[in-house]
Design a protein around this ligand. Structure first.
Ligand code: FES
Length: 66
């Protein structure tokens, strides 16, 4: 799914950026230019970040419990 139409950035691109250390929309703007044009993608990008970070936290907890 495209998150940032202006810059052709997909949800998968954002997941990869998060896996590589991006923590917020500012980081995504630096690496992928998310939000750098019309800005309409910022709210969705923020939601994608939160979901990915929640997934990573759950994975870390599952691995710690195993
Ligand atoms: S949709 Fe992302 S800057 Fe326009």
């Amino acid at each position: 799914m495209y998150v940032c139409i202006c810059n052709g950035v997909t949800e998968r691109d954002i997941h990869q950026a998060i896996d590589e250390g991006a923590q917020n929309v500012r980081d995504l703007n630096k690496s992928l230019q998310v939000g750098g044009c019309c800005g309409k993608c910022v709210t969705v990008a923020r939601s994608v970040i939160r979901s990915r970070q929640d997934e990573m936290l759950l994975d870390a907890c599952s691995n710690a419990a195993a």
